[in-house]
Design a protein around this ligand. Structure first.
Ligand code: ATP
Length: 242
């Protein structure tokens, strides 16, 4: 097994004359839950959009699930499930129908058993006939996760997936991610501003600040010098405050 499931090397992204990602290099260990942390505007979503192929880097390269040429990367994106920005669900269709539409889009065919298995995985079986517009926010997040999981990815890339969830919703979502990581061997990259939430699940961290990757560190190494992720982050950012 390869040591890293995702690698990014010297990635730069410019919007006009503004450099929003500057020589970002990071490595996501296979099997890890990698927390990407950064203030508003640090560049997290920009990085995820580039990984997803929704935006193109200005320079730099990446290795996604062993693929390093453009053609291979396009193929390997099938092994990655993305949940970036607001979920594109069809509000008037049922939960199950939303999954069928995604299957048709991404896999070219409807697979009833697979859709039901995925709903079971994310705990949405009881809602399968409900229209998407009638779901609670937490259920919508679960449905978006189900869409990302439909093609049995090796990696999940989740941009602030617990945004807006209530405490129980967050706990349930966290347990679901831990289960997917442990039982289904899915590596996970997740961005979140809720540090004590990330602290419960992440095995590794990357800290992004104003488009630069300040540091990558494992969870045990964090606790060698701080009693919490929040304190570690506060101390580290103290050096970068203007
Ligand atoms: P947040 O935590 O608020 O979601 P983020 O870390 O995800 O922030 P990005 O959304 O990646 O940050 O934005 C990084 C920078 O790039 C910001 O300054 C943003 O204004 C800028 N930016 C993002 N998309 C565009 C765009 N399409 N055109 C111009 N600038 C953009």
């Amino acid at each position: 097994m390869k040591k890293y499931i995702l690698e990014v090397n010297n990635l730069c992204k410019k919007y006009g004359n503004t450099l929003v990602l500057q020589q970002v290099s990071l490595s996501v260990p296979t099997g890890s839950i990698y927390g990407l942390i950064g203030e508003n505007g640090a560049g997290k979503t920009t990085l995820f959009r580039i990984l997803a192929g929704l935006s193109r880097q200005t320079s730099g390269s990446m290795v996604l699930v062993n693929a390093n040429t453009e053609a291979e990367i396009i193929k390997q994106r099938r092994n990655i499930g993305f949940m970036i920005e607001a979920p594109a669900l069809y509000p008037n269709l049922s939960v199950l129908e939303n999954l069928y539409i995604s299957q048709l889009q991404y896999c070219g065919k409807k697979d009833v058993d697979d859709a039901k298995r995925t709903l079971e995985l994310v705990g949405l079986c009881a809602q399968k006939q409900k229209r998407a517009k009638h779901l609670s926010l937490g259920m919508k997040q679960r449905l978006s996760l189900a869409v990302a999981l439909l093609h049995n990815p090796k990696v999940l890339i989740l941009d602030e997936p617990t945004n807006g969830l209530d405490p129980m919703g967050m706990i349930a979502f966290r347990q679901l991610l831990l289960k997917l990581n442990a039982d289904n061997k899915i590596s996970i990259v997740i961005s979140s501003h809720i540090l004590n939430e990330l602290e419960h699940i992440a095995t590794h961290y990357g800290f992004l600040h104003k488009g630069r990757l300040l540091k990558e560190i494992s969870s045990p190494d964090i606790f060698k010098s701080a009693d919490s992720l929040e304190h570690y982050y506060e101390n580290m950012m103290g050096d970068y405050r203007q």
